[in-house]
Ligand binder design. Sequence first.
Ligand SMILES: [Zn+2]
Length: 319
Amino acid sequence: MERKTECEIVQDLLLGYVDGVLNAESKKLVEKHLSECEKCRKRLEDITKDIKENENNQKKEIDYLKKIRRKARIKSILIALGIILLILLGIYLYQFITICSISNKAENSLNSNNFYKETTDVLGDGQTVVTRTYYKDGKYKSVSDIYTEEGIETSLIKYATINSDEIIYISEVNKQISVEKGKFTKMINEEESLKGVTLLPFNTNSFLSKIGVAFIMSINVDTYQVGKEYYVFNNRFERTKNWEMWIDKETGLPIKIINKEGRKSFYTGTQVVKEVNDNIQEYKYEFGTVTDEDVAVPDINSLIGYTIEYINDEDWIQQ
Ligand SMILES: [Zn+2]
């Protein structure tokens, strides 16, 4: 009876003993009893084991919670990445579809048999070149005028017919006519090159070119200045954003190309910048307005005061 009571007392004290909160006397009593009683030693072992297991379980629980939280974080990052990818894919698809539509419109515009194009090239230094191109049923004429403060000077008139082997150049300034003939000239007299819109930032026929350009270009829509809508093409990888092309929404043809600060002049004999100008080309188009007279070749032999030279391009190609 007496011994059982001591066991009970000791066992009541064991938790405190393990936690190290017993006073010296109680601790001594417990240790003395433990050295004599196998049963209570076993009880102490069990308590210690229980505590350890409990601690392990708590640790496992915390680890589990951490794991779940980490998984949730990874999941939300993946979802965010997925959304960004979807947006980028959407932008890419929009650009690719836009380019295909521009390309179709440009091709339709260029299929016209009656086509007028005006190119204005601002050269800076008070000079602007305006080239008017007329095309009607296979016949082609272009007139280049140089505008300065002193007046307008026609520098060159050019006549050609599609698939013919002849081009006539008339220089009013030099009073000179050149008639160029030959295989090479015939190659130049292709419909596409005479209509002369090779200015799009992509090859209208090439699927690969469209895929590439949809990736490289950023395409926006604007209405500023022109009064109608046009696309603005920029190279998204060009950090300076100096190059810009405007493409008319209706015709699919370029109406403006800007090279910001594209022209620099220097003080003579130095590297010191005198003037910085934007290099700007503007294009206007009309369809169905070109008349037969616009493209009629004049009788060059009846032009007074001109010298005529005949050039066979095979002669100078061989040189
Ligand atoms: Zn005991």
